[in-house]
Design a binder for this molecule. Sequence first.
Ligand code: 3PG
Length: 306
Amino acid sequence: MKVLVATEKPFAKVAVDGIRQEIEAAGYELALLEKYTEKAQLLDAVKDVDALIIRSDIIDNEVLDAAKQLKIVVRAGVGYDNVDLAASTAHKVVVMNTPGQNSNAVAELVFGLLVFAVRNFYNGKAGTELKGKKLGILAFGNVGRNVARIAAGFGMEIYAYDAFCPKEAIEAAGVHAVDSTEDLFDACDIVSLHIPATPETKNYINYDLVNRLPKGGVLINTARKEVIDEAGLMKLMEERDDLKYVSDIAPASAEDFAAKFPGRYFATPKKMGAQTAEANINAGIAAAKQIVGFLRDGITKFQVNK
Ligand code: 3PG
């Protein structure tokens, strides 16, 4: 059996070493395709592999067609909007993610970006503190929960809304549960997005919603660029010069945002949320174990295309 790690944005070497150990201990072969720049390289590399470990790498019908022996794809991470699930199912390929494995890394970056934003991107002028501010967490999954844990250390007042998580579970974590996304934006100084990119959430964060933030509001996005209605956000930020937008996923119109909103907008050059040695080790090794578990024992826990 041959397992390919195909990562346009590579894991830390220590994580690749751990993945290799798991795969070779099972008697399988490990191949690496890192930092590839052309889809053709991926199409070529998948030709003879049984299993695939990826990150945000795009797995579409063309890749699945090329991967004649492929049985399983594990997205080492949480969001699997980069994998065509219907095409995978049609090709009889199992798709899994590794929930929770990189969530602390993403949550820590939220605060790295937030301090940077509220201190005016370190321009020397007096900024504000996070202590006492109201933080809204949109979606209370693994990342949202970690954000709440860290926010408590900063002394923030923490609110959350999650359409799929009962209010009691949010309150049990010491967080104020509100009744809707609108209520969250009304109640909070800062809103942090942790929703997945799905057809339902596309452009969900729009002009009207963000306009509910109070004066000096900050929107922080470490989720996906697709959830933002970029034209709406841009219009609003043109009208309201008190708002800031910080993101770990550059908008499609990143150049316009950067040109129009100096001192109020920042995006990391490459998605960095999960880019820590620890998250790479956790997610990478979990992916390797899930592949071995599936190929050897038929375990389908964490399958997302059932
Ligand atoms: C995820 O969905 O797990 C995160 O967005 C991290 O993505 P990455 O593996 O591409 O850094």
